[in-house]
Write a protein that binds this ligand. Structure first.
Ligand code: 13P
Ligand code: SF4
Length: 333
């Protein structure tokens, strides 16, 4: 598609206003402007919506995304959208969740991106756990495949896990697949949680030593940690939660220095959207989330390859929908 110099200049200015906060130069923005223009034009023409997780790169988040959010907020957007096509700029399990919640839509993924948690457990494993703990309810973190969700009683996200656990009538809970999240939640509930051995390879990189160093160097800093971090990290943090809850904390806190023990995309969001707040310490990159690039979004909107169209068996959709709808019901109570 051909755009005029004036259109490209206007688009680069729009991009630069946002991306300068995360180190992009004006020439960088000029370079991607034709791409974001084309994606945004095609998006309108095809009645598509682009949902992007907060761990996506800033050119995607501020160039083409219609909505940014955590896994719960994006799932709700997918469920409610009136667009014909959902382009899910994130890891595969989130796109599958969109398909389960709104099966008549076409759901596209720009790249096939896994997740170490989703890869850590199979539907067979869940059936085995059920056999071994017959009185327990299966509470499954959303970072799992559709097949695993279909074997579960209820799904939860990092933002509502405790509410979901408390909302189940069973006192024994098989909490899968994030071992650290189960261990972080155990002291907050009287119910008995049986964990699985899944780990997030990104959040397990954070150490309590690194957090303590930041505390010493910046005593005024608030330290926020994602609930996928190790219990020793959570112990040192001022707050534990989902990416959305971490953003809200930054937004409403009087403090102006923060460490975010999570993926780097979230620090990019704070730097861009709340330039008055300072981020210290290091973040970690998710190799799965960072697989997705602007050019992939354009390609899948132009002509998706078969593997970029999310399709699921009807019985899996039906069973997984039940577990997701139960989460939505408990959240609304
Ligand atoms: P959130 O739902 O908190 O955004 O978490 C998703 C995720 O993959 C964290 O690693
Ligand atoms: Fe999965 Fe961890 Fe990446 Fe989130 S950050 S998508 S849990 S590997």
């Amino acid at each position: 598609m051909n755009f005029t110099d004036q259109e490209i200049a206007k688009e680069s200015t729009r991009l630069f206003e946002k991306l300068q906060h995360v180190g992009w130069s004006e020439p960088d923005c000029q370079l991607i402007a034709p791409l974001t223009l084309e994606i945004n034009q095609l998006k309108k023409k095809r009645n598509a919506v682009i949902l992007a997780h907060s761990y996506q790169t800033p050119d995607i988040m501020y160039g083409v995304a219609d909505y940014l959010g955590d896994s719960y907020a994006l799932s709700m957007r997918a469920r409610e959208t009136t667009a014909n096509i959902i382009v899910f700029s994130s890891v595969y399990f989130m796109a599958e969740t969109a398909k389960i919640l709104n099966p008549q839509k076409t759901v596209l993924v720009p790249a096939i991106a896994g997740c170490s948690l989703a890869d850590s457990i199979t539907a067979d494993d869940v059936r085995g756990l059920r056999k071994a703990h017959s009185n327990a309810a299966v509470v499954t973190y959303i970072n799992t495949t559709a097949e695993v969700k279909a074997e579960s009683d209820v799904v939860c996200t990092s933002g509502n896990a405790l509410k979901i656990i408390e909302g189940m009538r069973e006192n024994e809970i098989i909490f899968i697949p994030d071992e650290f999240m189960a261990k972080n939640l155990q002291p907050l509930t009287k119910k008995k949680l049986t964990p699985w051995k899944g780990r997030c390879i990104v959040h397990e990189e954070f150490s309590s030593e690194a957090v303590k160093e930041i505390r010493q160097e910046y005593p005024q800093a608030k330290i926020l940690a994602h609930s996928e971090c190790a219990p020793s990290v959570i112990k040192e943090a001022d707050m534990m939660g989902s990416t959305e809850q971490m953003l809200r904390y930054v937004d409403t806190s009087d403090a102006d220095v923060f460490m975010l023990a999570t993926e780097c995309g979230l620090s990019d969001r704070v730097r861009t959207e709340k330039p008055g707040k300072k981020i210290v310490g290091s973040c970690a990159l998710c190799p799965y989330m960072k697989k997705i690039m602007l050019k992939d979004i354009l390609q899948c909107l132009q002509s998706p390859r078969p593997e970029q169209i999310v399709e699921l068996p009807k019985d899996i959709i039906k069973k997984a929908q039940k577990a997701l709808n139960k989460m939505i019901k408990i959240v609304s109570l």
